[in-house]
Design a protein around this ligand. Structure first.
Ligand SMILES: *Cc1c(COP(=O)(O)O)cnc(C)c1O
Length: 378
């Protein structure tokens, strides 16, 4: 059944609640465990770890909080720099700023829409030096402590090449996997390659908890630290309130986790439907010149979170006319995010040359992507 939003338009991405959502939410209400402690929080974390293959998953209040705490645990400190794509959602940059560190924007590649490992290696070779085991930006004198590649619209970034760059330039790698639940590289789930990976369960993501996020890690000690730091750093005790560091109230409420458990059960079906939708669009656009549908990179499996058109450069001047015509006719389409260095608060931060990101910014259009837009066996 075609889905419509309030004004009769086909939505860009809307949630589907066709499973045990009502049952699990009722269980929460009946048990009175609606808040930050409850069996669904533990179950959601275990289910996420099982699905992704991560040794530990820690559920948190949203994806931005997951990024914030992951950066802190990676050792990002005030005055550091952190590399991230200029082509990302604002949360990636804001999480760096929350650590009083400076985002340092780098270019993307057309193949994956994510950070370009080869351009990055050349850039770092030219403008950094290793001192005291740290990567120092020679023009600012600051430590580049970490990089945060992001799996754009669910398409896996070239993570192995980026891990090699992070290793060679002595920095930590945190994956912003907010958009890529269900996406894999060589069979391994995105978000499990770096020191930590972060997920989002916002209302527009592949599965939703209303609002929510998670930290993935294969380091059990880091996982325990993440749980502690996101739950006010309270020392476990039957009645005493002792907190051993400045922690955060970033817990995911049990109500939201209940929704997450029900959604996760349906994820394999959602992924099939999203792939089917890609196939449909692919066959419809095959004969259209000047535009192509973004497909998963070789060797990877994308969750196809948001279906994406890429216009030829010669047609980039038509982008706004296409956005206007589609939205006017009831099909919700959107341009990609405005690049991070154009935001007033990030306009004076360091950045690499961004020719590909700037070109992609002019040419990318997201089109309706909800699971179930086309039935799997139609
Ligand atoms: C959705 C998203 C996040 C996290 O968003 P929240 O709304 O805080 O859950 C982070 N990074 C990217 C790239 C995202 O798309």
């Amino acid at each position: 059944m075609a889905s419509v939003v309030g004004d009769g338009a086909v939505a860009l991405h809307e949630p589907r609640f066709r499973g045990n959502e009502w049952i699990y939410l009722k269980e929460c209400l009946d048990s009175t465990f609606v808040s930050s402690v409850g069996k669904f929080v533990d179950r959601f974390e275990d289910d996420l770890a099982a699905f992704t293959g991560a040794k530990r998953a820690v559920a948190v209040v949203n994806g931005t909080a997951a990024l914030h705490v992951s950066l802190l645990l990676a050792g990002v400190e005030a005055g550091d720099e952190v590399l991230l794509p200029a082509l990302t959602f604002i949360a990636t940059a804001n999480a760096v700023a929350y650590c009083q560190a400076t985002p340092h924007f780098v270019d993307s590649e057309e193949r994956s829409l994510g950070m370009d490992a080869h351009a990055l290696r050349d850039y770092l070779s030219a403008m950094t030096e290793l001192r005291g085991g740290h990567c120092i930006n020679r023009s600012t004198g600051r430590v580049i402590r970490a990089m945060v590649p992001m799996h754009t619209f669910g398409h896996p970034v070239d993570i192995e090449a980026l891990l090699a760059v992070a290793h060679d330039f002595r920095m930590q790698l945190i994956e912003d996997a907010a958009e890529s639940l269900g996406s894999t590289v060589g069979g391994r789930h995105t978000g499990t390659f770096g020191l930590m990976g972060t997920l989002s369960f916002n209302g527009n993501k592949t599965i939703t908890t209303g609002g929510g996020g998670a930290i993935l890690t294969n380091d059990l000690e880091l996982g325990a630290r993440a749980k502690h730091l996101t739950t006010t750093a309270k020392v476990p005790h039957r009645w005493s309130f002792v907190h051993d560091e400045v922690g955060y109230n970033y817990r995911l409420p049990n109500l939201n986790a209940a929704l997450g458990c029900a959604q996760l059960e349906q994820l394999p079906g959602f992924l099939l439907e999203k792939r089917r939708l890609f196939d449909c669009y692919q066959s419809r656009f095959a004969d259209v010149t000047g535009v192509r549908l973004v497909a998963e990179p070789a060797g990877c499996r994308s969750n196809y979170w948001l279906q994406t058109l890429l216009l030829d450069e010669s047609l980039s001047g038509q982008r706004d006319a296409i956005l206007t015509a589609t939205n006017d006719s009831g099909l919700m389409t959107r341009p990609v995010w405005t690049l991070m260095h154009r935001m007033p608060m990030y306009s004076n931060t360091p950045k690499a040359p961004l020719p590909v990101a700037e070109s992609l910014e002019r040419r990318l259009i997201n089109i309706p992507s909800s699971s179930g837009l086309v039935p799997v066996n139609s």
